[in-house]
Design a protein around this ligand. Structure first.
Ligand code: FES
Ligand SMILES: [Fe+2]
Length: 362
């Protein structure tokens, strides 16, 4: 895959964007919460790193590095005992902090410790933080920060291109007309929420004479409600819909082998009380799932064959350039090892030349 644009000078080349060996330190989805019952232990591979996940009887989710520090057995072969995990091979036991608490043939366990990774559960999904201490919260939609939601899983798929390339599709203004046949002019305004989150809001008022425009304009006051909040360059929280009914979807990606992307999408809507409220939300989520599948057909075809190379950016690509610049300023880790990417890259991260083009004004 051609990672960078050939006609952009080398000091302006993105180092993290579309790089099949790098990802940004952050929160990443692991598995749906319902796929890990109390007392269950499973092997998982996230961003190239082999891990083991289990749920103790206190219902807490624990994630360790996969291999036993004694002789390298995979700990997913082991057994959950209370809130602890016992290795299958020689029965060494580790507590939820990764500390070895029992070696059956010794009176005292050795002071050996497993690597434990921070975890969280939200949106009916288990998440992992890929560094030592979580620096920022789980991805959230600012307008839903303190609110409860109803959630439904929409799809899971693997694409042939890098997660970053999938992510920018949602702010690719031109393709709404060409691929999705929407007779709308989309123009985004960006706002950096924090070091790892950036929001793009559509600011284009509705105009036009088509039947579609006339129909939807009944439900909107000003501009079409369409905004996306990107977290860690890998999870996008999208809000759209008429003013009275905001619907949200989350598209969350992980980099897998050969620079491909593993995608999970889920739909969210603000919780409504009572039977009618629940039925209403159920119906809206069901409808959104069907429409969403139809909507992304053109995109999924594109993701299988694209060789991303933004050789000729134009003004309409401005948001994409802004996304790349924001991504480049985040902390890069290496796929598989989760080590910090080369130090000289990190040192210059804050002062790095922006990957810019005068035609995009960024
Ligand atoms: S390999 Fe795990 S206890 Fe020996
Ligand atoms: Fe699209």
């Amino acid at each position: 895959m051609n990672v960078n644009s050939q006609n952009v000078s080398s000091n302006r080349k993105p180092k993290t964007f579309n790089n099949l060996e790098r990802f940004v330190e952050g929160w990443y989805w692991v598995i749906p919460s319902k796929n890990l019952r109390e007392g269950e232990v499973k092997p998982i591979t996230i961003l190239g790193r082999e891990l083991v996940i289990y749920r103790g009887e206190d219902r807490r989710v624990i994630i360790f590095d996969a291999y036993c520090p004694h002789m390298g057995a995979h700990l997913a072969e082991g057994k959950v005992e209370g809130n602890e995990l016992r290795c299958f091979f020689h029965h060494w036991k580790f507590d939820a902090e990764g500390i070895c608490v029992d070696i059956p043939c010794l009176d005292e366990p050795l002071s050996t410790k497993l690597k434990v990774w921070p975890t969280a559960e939200k949106y009916e999904t288990i998440w992992i933080w890929t560094g030592e201490i979580p620096q920022l919260p789980l991805p959230y939609i600012p307008e839903l920060e303190q609110k409860e939601c109803d959630v439904t899983f929409a799809s899971r798929l693997v694409t042939n291109c890098h997660p970053n390339v999938v992510m920018i599709n949602v702010i690719d203004a031109q393709h709404f007309n060409s691929v999705h046949k929407l007779p709308l002019k989309i123009d985004f305004e960006k706002y950096e929420l924090n070091q790892n989150a950036i929001i793009f809001n559509n600011i284009t008022p509705i105009s036009g004479d088509s039947f579609f425009i006339k129909l939807i304009s009944r439900f909107y006051k000003n501009a079409i409600t369409y905004s996306i909040c990107y977290w860690y360059g890998s999870t996008g929280m999208v809000t759209f819909g008429p003013d009275f009914l905001h619907l949200h979807f989350m598209i969350s990606l992980r980099l897998i082998e050969e620079g491909k992307a593993e995608i999970m999408t889920l739909l969210m809507i603000k919780k409504r009380r009572g039977i009618l409220g629940r039925l209403y939300n159920h119906f809206v989520l069901w409808l959104a799932k069907i429409l969403g599948k139809k909507f992304i057909k053109g995109d999924t075809k594109l993701f299988q064959t694209i060789q991303f190379d933004l050789k000729t950016p134009i003004k309409a690509d401005r948001s994409i350039i802004q996304f790349i610049n924001h991504l480049e300023r985040q902390k890069p880790l290496m796929w598989k090892s989760w080590q910090l990417a080369r130090s000289q890259d990190v040192e210059s991260m804050q002062n790095r030349d922006r990957w810019r083009d005068e035609r995009t004004n960024d």
